[in-house]
Design a protein around this ligand. Structure first.
Ligand SMILES: Cc1cc2nc3c(=O)[nH]c(=O)nc-3n(C[C@H](O)[C@H](O)[C@H](O)COP(=O)(O)OP(=O)(O)OC[C@H]3O[C@@H](n4cnc5c(N)ncnc54)[C@H](O)[C@@H]3O)c2cc1C
Length: 329
């Protein structure tokens, strides 16, 4: 690991000013960036700690909308009464990830920005367009069992590993950013950038911007939600395929539905086509399968990951069936 200096930010303005210098990174829980520094994947010369800036509240307004401070720890968010009662899908997604110790450290802001677990990205002995632009993508010809089937390009097929962000994607969250002077909000669907020809540009953020909060609007009254995660082992493992869904059935048809996929996309994947396919239809297994097929038309598989097409389809059908049968909150 390269030597670095450490600065405790005392205000948003201070953090933004400090981060203007090249080679500076923020640190929150440190569960991702410190790993990457040990692997020499990231080598900041300065770390600016943003954990003492407040931003650690979970608040609800009179309409039931939620504001989650960027420093709220994953465990606190998952166990919060309002989150469990009204945004159960978010609680379930967080609790399905990592371990209690990691969730005690990990923050909302840090989780949003966590990096891919692609083995080529995490090993500096290999080329990687995300880590070293223009160097190539060995995953395409190499080991690609865990890589993305949606949203990839000829330059990168690295999967986004997060669980929390899949739930936030289904919930249609807004990400609030501050540059030390002004705040702006970005819809989560615009926040994650597809790799295209620039896989190193992952987030719709400017240099020096800090995530201050995530907001989530109250979900339709009577809607039910669920997060289902499929993985190689039952705990302490990233998703091979996961589905977050919020669905309301009324008069025997799907009145509203929001679906997002994890483990299969280069970004947490909002399944817009699947949603469109389902609205107004009867909540049957066949219609759920057709909805998944509609989304997966765009899937591009590699030598080892074609199984993910069927896996995410079954995961989606199972999740929606559970919701339709009243098996979830
Ligand atoms: C063994 C292991 C297993 C895991 N399993 C899972 C899993 O199953 N599912 C899952 O979803 N995750 C999993 N994770 C990932 C874990 O959830 C993330 O490491 C964690 O959420 C990152 O949060 P953090 O606060 O520690 O981020 P940090 O490591 O502090 O920061 C991560 C990045 O975010 C930036 N950053 C942090 N806060 C801000 C801010 N407010 N504004 C701007 N930039 C900021 C940092 O500069 C850095 O680039 C696992 C991690 C480990 C180590």
């Amino acid at each position: 690991m390269k030597a670095f200096s450490f600065i405790q930010a005392s205000s948003l303005g201070h953090a933004a000013a400090e981060s203007a210098a090249m080679g500076t990174s923020f640190i929150a829980g440190g569960t991702n960036i410190v790993d990457l520094m040990k692997l020499n994947v990231e080598s900041p010369s300065r770390l600016v700690d943003v954990t003492k800036l407040g931003m650690n509240q979970i608040e609800s307004d009179s309409h039931g909308n939620l504001r989650i401070g960027a420093m709220v720890r994953n465990s606190e968010l998952a166990e919060h009464r309002l989150v469990k009662e009204r945004f159960a899908v978010l609680s379930e997604a967080i609790l399905s990830g990592a371990s209690p110790q990691l969730r005690n450290m990990a923050t909302t802001g840090g989780n949003l920005l966590q990096k891919t677990r692609c083995p080529y990205y995490r090993d500096v002995a290999f080329a990687c367009n995300k880590r070293s632009p223009g160097s190539g993508c060995p995953a395409i010809e190499g080991h690609n069992r865990n890589q993305a089937i949606l949203g990839g390009s000829e330059h990168c097929i690295a999967v986004n590993p997060s669980d929390m962000n899949v739930a936030l994607m289904a919930l249609g969250a807004m990400i609030h950013l501050h540059d030390g002077k002004n705040e702006r909000a970005v819809p989560i669907q615009d926040f994650y950038l597809l790799p295209g020809g620039t896989p190193h540009q992952e987030f719709a953020m400017m240099r020096g911007e800090i995530i201050t909060a995530v907001t989530v609007n109250a979900q339709p009254k009577g809607a039910k939600s669920l997060y289902v995660k499929l993985r190689d082992r039952a705990s302490y493992e990233f998703a091979l395929a996961s589905c977050a869904a919020i669905m309301k059935i009324s008069s025997g048809v799907v009145e509203s539905v929001q679906i997002a996929f994890g483990g299969v996309g280069t970004v947490p994947w909002r399944a817009n086509r699947a949603e469109q396919s389902l609205k107004g239809k009867a909540p049957t297994t066949q219609n759920f399968a057709d909805a998944a097929d509609a989304e997966l038309i765009g899937a591009a598989v590699q030598s080892e990951n074609a199984f993910k097409v069927e896996l995410i389809k079954r995961c989606t059908v199972y999740t929606l069936s559970q919701l339709a049968n009243g098996g979830a909150l």
